[in-house]
Design a protein around this ligand. Structure first.
Ligand code: BES
Ligand code: ZN
Length: 642
């Protein structure tokens, strides 16, 4: 495996460092200069080079995509034609190289406008995690290609759900998840966040279902199985999204609403009723919302993430429907991506922290405005705790914000570092220059780079010519570099704390010492956050009696808050607390969100419960998303090289 990784790494750097490769810098000289520098030092990755795409974006840039796709639930296949309109950046007339993974390509035409002729292409089989480059020969004046193709049922970016896996149990469901490099498994394109395109789509579905996309959804569109979409703002490929199911719509505000199966619609609209206020607050701080509407789509529980910021239509796990708005920071997060990520986009996956760190920072600001200081401090403190965990457990190289992703599958590199270390860095800047100036800086940054892709170095150069000039005495360039390019945290980095949590510590300790009985703890008015903190601060080992006492007093095994259930189930696994295992099994069978299921399978493996883990995993597997299958197979079958 290691050898294979090394080989991929070499191959990749060769591809990327030749002029036919996938680098972004605008001129060939710039590429050559960077190439020399990189070779001389074997200096890490070249900024702006996307090591996760085969596309020759120095030769051609796709500007617009037209899709006409049929959703065939019986074969679990998406099929049809996509037409890519591109600019030619030079007169090399090199073949056009697109990204694909597991696509079956039937024919390719090329030419100008509607005048397209069959052309030759090659698609070489490979099991590389980057997929297979589709190489298309072009007539010398071609600016359009049309690809007829279909997906395979196991496409990594699609999940096809049987009716039984939905809330209504009557109709099948399909959804896409393109970030980071899965768009290529359902559309052939330049699958790199360095390229932006507009799109139009016609989606053909069974007549009783509704299709929605990261585009101009019309809740009043007749339900007839043919749906038309357009996305007029240019977006990177990882934000192309489609879902098809028995969906209904409910408005929450003038610009906000929710799509869900009818069983969940009212609960979702109530839980997320503050979305419109969040949108207004974000606009006050960071400038106008540029995407027209902001709607939510509630997915079935197998959705592998908490949320995904698909423009105009964030995809949301139903596991945050707690009934008390306790988990709605997720909505603030996906909304905040409308500025950090969707408007100003990471140039490659090395720069993910520009998306996620900024978004995590913006989230905390939105939450503070809508729900007040106490919740703000608690959520910051919980974020800090997640960061501490990762700083303890991850290798040094994985703790770097501008992470070297060469040869690494982005699916395997997911951590809290880009989120919480990135956000903590911005919080430090805020503390040093003051909120007003920092807000102004962010507003200007979003305007400066609107609808563009940005490298870590672009951000640093911008910081240098703005904040660093105006706040020379407060800021220190070396320290900023340390934040971005070194593992760990700089000395005396901020450490967010919460008074509401400090009040929990003596209570927990008193109970652990035996001074107070579980049933005597005054938990009146405890928020979800305090419960989470109470549980996450428990020592490794508890006695059977202690476990039974808090379970009985607080109904933990029965908790309907999935975050609390998750924290409790981790304690139960570590301590072999049998009464919680039926709930654990049900949890793993019914939820596919990796943030929950991966740690639970890992805990089972680490606590001599591999048999249980394998049994439940195999039972749950047919209902899991391809990503959940891939990530958790690596955990429950650690010896196999997958
Ligand atoms: N864009 C991410 C999800 C993502 C990141 C998918 C990288 C693939 C690769 C999304 O905005 C996100 O961060 N989701 C989090 C939300 C949480 C931090 C509030 C999640 O799913 O848990
Ligand atoms: Zn995010």
């Amino acid at each position: 495996m290691l050898q294979r990784l090394f080989l991929i790494l070499c191959l990749l750097s060769c591809v990327a460092l030749t002029s036919a490769g996938c680098s972004k810098p605008e001129t060939e000289q710039a590429v050559a200069a960077q190439t020399d520098a990189a070779e001389e030092l074997d200096a890490g990755p070249v900024p702006g080079v996307d090591y996760h795409s085969f596309a020759n974006t120095d030769d051609y840039r796709v500007r617009h995509v037209d899709m006409d796709l049929t959703v065939d639930f019986s074969r679990k296949v998406l099929e049809g034609e996509v037409i890519l309109h591109f600019d030619r950046l030079n007169d090399s007339n090199n073949p056009l190289i697109l990204d694909t993974r597991d696509l079956v390509v039937e024919s390719v035409r090329a030419g100008q406008g509607d005048d397209l002729q069959d052309t030759t292409f090659t698609l070489v089989d490979s099991d590389d995690f980057l997929g297979e480059p589709l190489t298309i020969d072009l007539p010398s004046d071609a600016t359009t290609v049309a690809v007829r193709y279909r997906t395979i049922p196991e496409a990594s970016g699609l999940q096809w759900l049987d009716p039984i896996q939905t809330a209504g149990k009557q109709h099948p469901f399909l959804f896409t998840q393109a970030q980071a490099i899965h768009a290529r498994s359902f559309v052939p394109l330049q699958d790199t966040p360095g390229v932006r395109m507009t799109y139009n789509a016609t989606i053909r579905t069974p007549a009783e279902l509704r299709a929605v996309m990261s585009a101009n959804n019309d809740p009043d569109a007749e339900k007839n199985g043919i749906y038309h979409f357009s996305m007029p703002q240019p977006i990177p490929s990882y934000l192309i999204a489609l879902a098809v199911g028995d969906l209904e719509f409910k408005a929450m505000g003038d610009r906000t609403g929710v799509y869900a199966e009818k069983e969940l619609l009212d609960a979702a609209a109530a839980e997320f009723e503050d979305t419109e206020s969040m949108l207004e607050i974000a606009e006050d701080m960071y400038g106008p919302y540029r995407w027209d509407r902001y709607d939510l789509l509630i997915l079935p529980p197998s959705f592998p993430f908490g949320g995904m910021e698909n423009p105009r239509l964030s995809f949301i796990t139903p596991t945050v429907l707690a009934g008390d708005k306790s988990l709605v920071a997720l909505i603030a997060h996906e909304l905040a991506h409308s500025w950090s990520g969707n408007l100003v986009t990471n140039s490659s996956w090395r720069d993910l922290w520009l998306n996620e760190g900024f978004t995590t920072y913006l989230t905390s600001r939105i939450m503070q405005n809508v729900y007040g200081d106490e919740r703000y401090h608690m959520e910051m403190a919980l974020g800090y705790a997640r960061l501490e965990d990762d700083l303890e457990n991850l290798d040094d190289t994985a703790q770097i914000l501008a992470i070297d992703m060469r040869g690494i599958d982005p699916d395997d590199a997911f951590s809290n570092i880009p989120y919480n270390k990135g956000a903590l860095f911005l919080y430090e800047l805020e503390q040093k220059v003051g909120r007003d100036d920092f807000d102004r800086f962010l507003l200007d940054y979003f305007n400066e780079f609107a609808f563009q892709s940005v490298t870590t170095e672009d951000f640093l150069a911008y910081l240098e010519r703005t904040l660093l000039q105006t706040h020379m005495e407060a800021l220190d360039a070396d320290r900023i570099n340390q934040w971005i390019f070194e593992p760990g945290l700089p000395d005396a980095a901020p450490h967010p704390t919460s008074d509401a949590f400090s009040r929990i510590d003596p209570v927990r300790q008193g109970w652990l010492d035996g001074g107070i009985a579980a049933s005597d703890i005054d938990t009146d008015g405890w928020t979800y956050h305090q419960w989470k903190y109470f549980l996450d601060g428990m020592p490794e080992m508890l006695t059977e009696g202690q476990l039974a006492a808090i379970d009985q007093a607080f109904g933990l095994t029965k908790s309907t808050n999935n975050e609390i259930a998750f924290s409790w189930l981790r304690i139960a696994i570590r301590n072999d607390y049998a009464p919680a295992f039926a709930r654990l099994e049900h949890f793993l069978m019914s939820i596919g969100r990796n943030k929950f299921v991966m740690p639970l399978y890992q805990d089972l493996m680490d606590n001599n419960k591999a048999d249980f883990a394998v049994r439940v995993f195999e039972q749950a597997r047919p209902g899991y998303h391809p990503l959940t299958v891939k990530r958790n197979s690596q955990i429950v079958y650690p010896e196999t090289d997958s």
